[in-house]
Every structure is written in structure tokens, then in C-alpha cells.
Design a binder for this molecule. Structure first.
Ligand SMILES: [Zn+2]
Length: 288
């Protein structure tokens, strides 16, 4: 059973957040913080939206702290050009994003700010992420330096995974979690994802439905050629047949996938498409 009495203004908050949040999980994190389900959340924001978030916090009596540095993110050309590197810059830097920590209590917002500044290994725990995933995150960060790919690193075998843990579609705005699971079948992440979906079903049913239908998908996640997925797919042994291929970029791999309509999966990071084998910096995920 959920413990807290809901803020009567939550529906007002949903409408307002939907107006300026650019990603679904930003709305979700703010709602969870507002209702006390989450102790503190972290938002990465450009100047215009920073003002909107701060004004929201004031109107809904949330505490916030602003990091005393900005985050400069850039892509290294992989993952379809998405930013996967970040470095700190002074707050007067002309580019980069502000980092805002939001909480119902002042102490938690301040603790998150200090922990990130100190690159404390406890930072993820302060944000409420499962311990196994925080350890995984810290391990990958130490190994790969600034250029990271937590999703590929978490996949060790081909299988069917709970859709609550699908973080492959985060760039298209579809994710229930705000951390990378240590494994696509991490039980702690799955239970956090379930709670979040229940929460959304109650307060934002349209978003709950949209996330569930997109996250139940077959994903071909490549480091160099983009992330593609299909929500209508069937698996017969290692043969996967799919309908419409979705993704943010259009390239030859996407066209080949769409015209073939099926692939033969040979390993968690290898598949055959139209007689051609793809192997290496990629991951094949089925989420149900
Ligand atoms: Zn975990």
C-alpha cells in the first residue's frame, strides 16, 4: 500500500509539468518528489527551463539547490550522436546545462548537491537508486572514464527481460527509471519500475499507457549506427520477426531492418540480417 496522503494539487502539477518538461521521466521524477515517494531528484536544465522548474518549486513548496557548476555534454559520434560525455564547467560558461536538485526537504537537496560535487560514491544512493546499480554505475564510470555506455555494459546474455527495466529508449523519452539497471533483469530496478508505473496509472494514466506500450519492445541497440526498436514483434527460437521499426535516426541499417522485417539473433551482441552478420558494439534486447 502506498503510504502518503496525496497532495490535492497533484493533478494541477501534472498539467503544469507537462507544459515544460521535455522528457517523460522529468515529469515522473518531479511528481514522485512532490508526493514524497522520492527523497530528492536531479534535473539537468538549460536556462529557460531552469526558470520554469524554479517557479514550479516555489509554487508547490519544494526545496531546491542549484549545483555550483554547469554540465557540458557532448556526443563522441556514437549512439546516433547523443551526448554520452560530460564535464563540469563554471556556471558563467556560455554553454552547458544547470543541475537542479529538488526535494521536499532542504537537507536532502543540499546533500545531493554536495555528493555530486565531491563525486561521492554515495551520490546514487542519495538519489534513491538500488545499491547494486550504484555499484555497477561506479564500476563502469571508473573503467570507461567520461565516455560511457551503461546499457551495453549491463547486457551479458540474450534473453527476455522485464519491460520496467528498459532504458534503451530514454533518448526518445520513454523510460520508467532514472538510473541504469546493473542488469536488464535487476530485481530491485524491476520493483522500482513497477511502483513507478502504478503511480503513473493513478495520476497520469495516459503517460502510463504510452510508456508501457513503447517499453514492451524488441531493441537493436548499436553504439555506432543508432538505436532501433519495434513494439510489434514475435520470437520463434532465435528468429525475431517485427513490424514497424522506430528510432530517432534514419540510416541504411534502419532501412535494411525495415525491409527484411526479421533478424536471426546469434548472441546478445550479434545477429544476422539478410545473410549479413553484425557483431560487436551492439546489444539485442527483448522486453515483455
Ligand atoms: Zn541493480
Amino acid at each position: 500500500m502506498r503510504k502518503s496522503v496525496r497532495d490535492n494539487r497533484i493533478h494541477e502539477a501534472v498539467d503544469r509539468l507537462a507544459g515544460f518538461c521535455s522528457m517523460n521521466w522529468e515529469v515522473l521524477e518531479m511528481l514522485l518528489t512532490l508526493t514524497g515517494e522520492k527523497k530528492v531528484c536531479r534535473q539537468v536544465l538549460e536556462e529557460e527551463r531552469l526558470r520554469q522548474f524554479i517557479s514550479f518549486c516555489r509554487d508547490f513548496r519544494l526545496y531546491y539547490e542549484l549545483a555550483d557548476f554547469k554540465m557540458l555534454a557532448r556526443g563522441d559520434g556514437t549512439l546516433g550522436g547523443f551526448a554520452n560525455e560530460a564535464e563540469a564547467a563554471p556556471t558563467n560558461h556560455p554553454y552547458g546545462s544547470y543541475i537542479l536538485y529538488v526535494s521536499k526537504n532542504k537537507k536532502s537537496a543540499g546533500a545531493a548537491k554536495l555528493a555530486e560535487r565531491a563525486t561521492s560514491p554515495e551520490f546514487g544512493k542519495i538519489l534513491g537508486y538500488p545499491g547494486c546499480c550504484v555499484d555497477f554505475h561506479n564500476g563502469v564510470s571508473a573503467r570507461q572514464g567520461k565516455s560511457r555506455d551503461f546499457i551495453l555494459d549491463s547486457l551479458k546474455r540474450y534473453g527476455i527481460y522485464p519491460f520496467y527495466n528498459n532504458m534503451c529508449l530514454q533518448h526518445q523519452g520513454f523510460a520508467l527509471l532514472s538510473h541504469f539497471p546493473c542488469s536488464p533483469d535487476c530485481a530491485a530496478s524491476e520493483s522500482a519500475g513497477k511502483e513507478r508505473l502504478d503511480f503513473l496509472r493513478e495520476y497520469f494514466p495516459a503517460l502510463a499507457q504510452c510508456l508501457e506500450s513503447e517499453l514492451k519492445s524488441f531493441v537493436i541497440y548499436t553504439k555506432d549506427s543508432g538505436v532501433f526498436y519495434s513494439t510489434g514483434f514475435t520470437m520463434e527460437g532465435n528468429m525475431v520477426t517485427f513490424g514497424e521499426i522506430k528510432g530517432l535516426i534514419r540510416n541504411s541499417l534502419r532501412e535494411k531492418l525495415q525491409s527484411a522485417g526479421k533478424i536471426y539473433v546469434t548472441d546478445f551482441n550479434a545477429f544476422t540480417l539478410d545473410g549479413e552478420e553484425y557483431r560487436g558494439d551492439c546489444g539485442i534486447f527483448s522486453f515483455k
